[in-house]
Ligand binder design. Sequence first.
Ligand code: PLP
Length: 454
Amino acid sequence: MGASPAEGPTVTHVFHRQLNTTYPRAVAAQGVTITDADGRTYIDASGGAAVSCLGHGHPDVLAAMHRQIDRMAYAHTSFFTTDVAEELADELVARAPAGMGRAYFVSGGSEAVEAALKMARQYFVEIGQPQRRHFIARRQSYHGNTLGALAVGGNEWRRRQFAPLLIDVTHVSPCYEYRDRRADETPEQYGARLVRELSEAIDRLGGENVIAFVAETVVGATAGALVPVPGYLKGVRELCDRHGILLILDEVMCGMGRTGTLYACEQEGVVPDLVTIAKGLGGGYQPIGAVLAQQRLVEAFERGSGLFQHGHTYIGHPVACAAALAVQRVIQRDGLLEAVRRQGAGLRERLQAAFGAHPHVGDIRGRGLFQALELVRERTSKAPFDPQWKLHARIKREAMAQGLMVYPMGGTIDGQQGDHVLLAPPFIVGDADLDAIVERLSRAVDNALASLPA
Ligand code: PLP
């Protein structure tokens, strides 16, 4: 038998992702903080994994969930629809990019991506183009850990050992201005070069054989808040249209207000055919994700087989829908998109002041309350640290010791791990919280750097 929680765990029977690690035991959470069993508090400056957009313990969300549980916890979607799923779909469709007519609910981001990939493929079967069987996606991207999502994902480190199991996907360059824009290029010229590269990839496959191009509007978990250069996604949209290829934007991390507009693609002036959302949709109160689909795709299904050949047990779970509906209504009622823009600018200013001249911070980037640092051994050459040193993981450890949660990542730079820190605090974050976040992060970064081998 394992030790009782009160004595503290000697053996854990939970199969944690990271083995041989001792985690603090989270016991309570309120607002922007989480408290552990030893009474230590942590500022949740990453919203978990860019999830907790309203912070913790929001009374309106809890009340909505309680009401729904009391009424009905579960009804399977092959028998029923529910008021709460219908209301959530109405709310999402009303505020979605133009033409999005339906919301398909799932339980998280990877499921949303899987569903979008299958929806895209089935759409072409429905309209008599079954020869379309290729996806194109980008390096330095993360779309989830299930096999389809992993296949479109472009993080070599995550894919490597599963590569034999993955569908064959063509990967093109990410839009990574800090590393890849040439000194003699404007951002627009760089974006146009990336669109040409995509065009060449499409031509090699044959435009009539490609199902979709898949991209995160703002890249999150592999490279830290990579923002597209002006015009790039518009160029991608035009190219896709020319070949009848669908554009799937993955806004699981950057969507639902995180960048200051409900959908990050609004700021690019681009409307996708399918958009995936999760994380901030339910704000962590319940596991929920969704795919929003253009009405013309839905109509093709209606005219065709009348069945999307897919499904999961917990689709449209009433309590999850109630939580998400409450989260989304609070965001609108309390003007939190405006708060994201205002506090995001405040966070960026503080990061600039603390790290703008730091010898090992090569780039500070992001949008809204989705900001990142990229750490480098040397600023001029942008050379990364030795990946074996795992600087990003050291920063996470040091930050936790300071009572701060940040999202560290080792992206892939020239086939090597790079070091990024992503900040995605709740939309309710206050000025004093931002001061504390950046002060603690500064100490954590400096302590982590001081711990590196000489
Ligand atoms: N897509 C993006 C852009 C993500 O950032 C993530 C998770 O970080 C996913 C998909 C997968 O979501 P989940 O972890 O909920 O399966």
